[in-house]
Design a protein around this ligand. Structure first.
Ligand SMILES: Nc1ncnc2c1ncn2[C@@H]1O[C@H](COP(=O)(O)OP(=O)(O)OP(=O)(O)O)[C@@H](O)[C@H]1O
Ligand SMILES: [Mg+2]
Length: 203
């Protein structure tokens, strides 16, 4: 898999958030996006994920040299971010099986259970998300993002709301992802910046 960004520029109304961002990523590589609050990290993450369109420039994904169409691209991406909305009135299990079905009609329940255990939430899956703490919600987002074994994992504020144990789980996930696939992180945490082999600095 290859991620190729060329000349990405974003304006909101007349304000330029960033301009002419380019990078190239291959399997086994990681990119860290840093910059002060409001510098456009989340905006760039949304553009890479296809949630926003750039004002100009292109972001393309290639598999074996072939350009991936948008609908296929979605199946290769996993995203953990503060703006990913879950259904608070539903249980964790209902949320996760809902997301799993947007990928495939058949839900791999044992994979979901394995991932819940991995993030330390085994046994809590039938509680409604409105009863979850913010760190527990963050952990559930990892289960949703990792379920389909994404070849491109994108993390915006990867350890937001997590305790030390939670951060350790995330660092293991990061290492695993970069051993085979592509990782993109938006963060200013020194412990996380060091995972980046390539770097985009905004602001
Ligand atoms: N939908 C929008 N309409 C107008 N301006 C926006 C919109 N979304 C973001 N912005 C602006 O774009 C800029 C970058 O915001 P963004 O959320 O990408 O920053 P960030 O680097 O992720 O900040 P933080 O470190 O606080 O998470 C800010 O000035 C913000 O106000
Ligand atoms: Mg942000």
């Amino acid at each position: 898999m290859v991620v190729e960004a060329k000349g990405l520029t974003k304006h909101f109304n007349r304000r330029t958030i960033f301009s002419d961002i380019s990078f190239h990523l291959e399997d086994g590589e990681s990119l860290v996006i840093t910059g002060p609050n409001g510098s456009g990290k989340s905006t760039l993450v949304k553009i890479i994920s296809g949630l926003l369109t750039p004002t100009s420039g292109t972001i393309e994904f290639y598999n074996d040299g072939k350009l991936l169409p948008a609908e296929v691209k979605y199946h290769q991406l996993g995203l953990v971010s503060p703006y990913l909305q879950l259904y608070k009135d539903l249980t964790a299990w209902e949320n996760l099986t809902f997301f799993a079905r947007t990928r495939d009609s058949k839900v791999d329940e044992s994979r979901l259970k394995m991932l819940l255990k991995r993030v330390g939430l085994g046994g809590r899956e039938h509680d409604e998300l409105k009863t979850y703490s913010s760190g527990m919600i963050q952990r559930i987002k990892y289960v949703a993002a990792l379920y389909h074994q994404p070849r491109i994992l994108i993390l915006d504020e990867p350890t937001a709301n997590l305790d030390e144990k939670g951060a350790k789980i995330v660092y293991e996930i990061i290492k695993e992802q970069t051993s085979r696939h592509i990782l993109i992180i938006a963060t200013n945490e020194p412990d996380e910046v060091k995972f980046g082999m390539k770097h985009v600095e905004l602001g």
